[in-house]
Ligand binder design. Structure first.
Ligand code: UDX
Length: 433
């Protein structure tokens, strides 16, 4: 099929490459000329395992190309909209200007009877408004909402082998077209849920709200553990054995960040307020507050380990991205903790395998070094804030040799406390005695 993907960020670039991999003829459209140039050369504009290979194959096969001109998308049968929906400046709601802009542009070029498919995460009610907007602009194109559940770091696998497909539609022809797009994926027995616009939009919002709540639940237990001497990691293991609860997404630490969960729960709370249902998701305000408190807690533990002040102390910060296997530092708890310590007068040396460039754009005041070795050398304290494999695999004895004094805050609870203590470390996790 002829497919266009409007917006080539974390979501759109992966989606475009995946659609080409499924055998479709794909054009990706983005307003950023640098990004388009990179993608055209088969280069991923951000770090995502497996993406560059997929892009390269697509571009070489001739089935995948990129452009800044939306008119190049005119002959597509299906247009996917994958633009960002960031938090509004100074408010909690989602900023829909890129979504509106993409649909306005498509209204001018999309052929009659073609299908416009929203993939961006939007407040419930957006699709219905977009139909009205399209009709007002004279477009007869069909609309569907087909939320995306990909995780950064696993984006390629999540797109090519999703655990479910959700179609929000108001016309059977939309379902038929989407079934053709995803034929290979559906053939493997992937569950497909066909529903209305509002449910499809809410599926995505609810999924992210649930995941955020699960993380904040265990972080709330970490706070109680800290007050009682209990160990939150053992607690998570024990309750996780109950299949109804499950162990995944129960890792206590410095909490969630990234371009999705934080802004999506805020946008959900804001939308519920508009709907007169603020109380239904009022708990999301607590979820957010618990999450942000964990960053403060990491800083407090660092202060405690250093005897009451971090001023002028040398601190190695290991990790800057919001999670491993990504270069994304949007709303990253790790970067936030590094910046807070710097703000308190600590001599922070921060490192990350892939996140330094993005971190520097947000916090140019920090001292960035290329390796954990450099960060740790002569440090008074180490903080593990993003659980990259290479930091999890650090040898306590070798780290102790590098540091001025062996002290470590394991803010992701991924190290073995006994091994680090045996090597002479003052070790502190979060929510662990
Ligand atoms: C998330 C959703 O998982 C995905 O389905 C949606 O499409 C986009 O938002 P992503 O932002 O890539 O994906 O990251 P995710 O793996 O969900 O992690 C989010 C944050 O939660 C990270 O900062 C991670 O470190 C943190 N986290 C995750 C925890 O603190 N504890 C956990 O147990 C799990």
């Amino acid at each position: 099929m002829r497919i266009s993907v409007i917006g080539c960020g974390y979501l759109g670039a992966v989606h475009a490459a995946a659609m080409a991999d499924l055998g479709h003829d794909v054009v990706g459209v983005d307003t950023d000329a640098d990004k388009v140039a990179k993608l055209t050369a088969g280069e991923a504009p951000f770090f995502e395992p497996g993406l560059e290979e997929l892009l390269g194959e697509g571009v070489r096969s001739g089935r995948l190309r990129f452009t800044t001109d939306i008119a190049d998308a005119a002959d597509a049968e299906v247009h996917f909209v994958a633009v960002g929906t960031p938090q509004l400046p100074g408010a909690d709601g989602a900023d829909l200007r890129f979504v509106d802009g993409a649909f306005d542009a498509l209204a001018g070029v999309a052929a009659p009877g073609s299908l416009l498919v929203g993939k961006s995460t939007v407040p419930v009610g957006t699709a219905a408004e977009l139909v009205a907007r399209l009709r007002k602009a004279g477009s007869t194109a069909l609309l569907a909402w087909n939320p995306e559940f990909l995780r950064e770091g696993f984006a390629v696998a999540d797109t090519l082998a999703p655990d479910r497909l959700v179609y929000g539609v108001d016309d059977e022809r939309a379902t038929e077209l989407l079934d053709r797009v995803y034929a290979d994926i559906l053939e493997r027995g992937t569950p497909r849920i066909v529903t209305d616009f509002a449910t499809a939009e809410l599926v995505k919002t609810a999924a992210n709200a649930f995941l955020a709540t699960k993380i904040s639940f265990i972080n709330a237990m970490a706070e109680i553990a800290e007050a009682t001497g209990a160990d939150v990691t053992t607690l998570a293991d024990a309750i996780g054995h109950d299949a109804r609860i499950g162990r995944r997404f129960l890792n206590a630490g410095i909490g969630f960040g990234g371009g999705c969960l934080p802004k999506d729960i805020r946008a959900f709370a804001a939308r519920a307020e508009e709907l007169g249902r603020a109380e239904s998701v009022a708990f999301l305000r607590q979820v957010d507050a618990i999450n942000l408190r964990r960053r403060e807690r990491a800083v407090d533990v660092a202060i405690e380990l250093l005897g009451g002040s971090v001023f002028e102390r040398r601190i190695a910060v290991l990790g800057l991205t919001f999670k491993p296997d990504s270069d994304d530092t949007r709303d990253s708890p790790a970067l936030d903790v590094a910046a807070r310590l710097h703000g308190l007068g600590a001599r922070v040396r921060a490192t990350d395998p892939y996140g330094i460039d993005n971190a520097r754009l947000r916090h140019p005041q920090l001292d960035y070094v290329a390796s954990a070795r450099e960060a740790l050398r002569d440090a008074d304290l180490a903080l593990l804030v993003t659980e990259w494999r290479e930091y999890r695999d650090l040898e306590p004895a070798a780290v102790a040799e590098l540091m001025a004094v062996p002290r470590i805050v394991d803010a992701r609870n991924v190290l073995d406390p006994s091994a680090w203590r045996a090597a002479g470390f003052a070790y502190r996790g979060l929510g662990r005695s």
